[in-house]
Design a binder for this molecule. Structure first.
Ligand code: SF4
Ligand code: SF4
Length: 203
């Protein structure tokens, strides 16, 4: 197979000085600055209100309004009695392209409901925020409408949401205890809920 050599173009004298690029950048920045200054001043006097001026959001203290279709951190929706709407059908786990959902279903005590999750984990460190899990769910049991954007954590383990954090998006690890009152499995290690779902000797 023939190999075509592509020569990297040499910079001209003016390009090596970078002055034209710096001046060009300053021109763009100054244009935006004076345009916004002029428009915001005009808006104060009720003039030119049909022209929008840029505004700076003081993130993270001030959050920018999110579009209704924006996909933020997941949550599990609840029934009236506080139990999850999820019926453990495994569709979301099956469709997830990142393989980051883990569900362990069990028989539901109500004979009209087939199953419910005793374990429901989502690894946000792997999730690609495609929203397939929300779209495929037949029960409207999982949504991505919490508006929570701050997903940084100090460890990979902290990026893994379990059923407690999914049912109550305000919770953050480490969880000191479990207050969910539907049948499910939680394991405490030295007084802290670690998200371990296998029997532990000190539980
Ligand atoms: S948003 Fe996509 S990648 Fe993330 S858990 Fe749902 S299906 Fe998986
Ligand atoms: S698709 Fe919905 S009902 Fe089925 S396991 Fe996922 S969250 Fe639960």
């Amino acid at each position: 197979m023939a190999v075509k050599t592509v020569r990297r173009p040499e910079l001209t004298f003016w390009e090596k000085l970078y002055l034209p690029q710096i001046l060009s950048g300053l021109k763009i920045t100054s244009t935006h600055f004076f345009r916004n200054l002029f428009l915001h001043t005009a808006h104060l006097f009720g003039r030119l209100t049909h022209l929008r001026a840029s505004a700076t959001y003081q993130y993270p203290e001030e959050l920018r309004p999110l579009m209704s279709r924006f996909r933020s951190r997941h949550r599990l929706t609840r029934r009236d009695d506080g139990s999850p709407r999820c019926v453990g059908c495994m569709l979301c786990e099956t469709v997830c392209p990142a393989r980051c959902i883990t569900i362990v279903p069990d028989e539901h005590p109500d004979p009209h409901v087939e199953k419910f999750p005793i374990r429901f984990d989502i690894d946000l460190g792997v999730c690609v925020y495609c929203g397939y899990c929300v779209e495929v769910c037949p029960e409207d049991a999982i949504r991505m409408d919490t508006g929570i954007l701050d997903l940084a954590a100090y460890s990979r383990e902290a990026m893994q949401l379990d059923i407690h954090e999914l049912l109550d998006p305000e919770l953050r690890k480490p969880l000191a205890g479990c207050d969910l009152d539907f049948p499910h499995q939680c394991q405490l290690h030295e007084g802290e809920l670690r998200g371990s779902w296998s029997p532990s000797p000190d539980s």
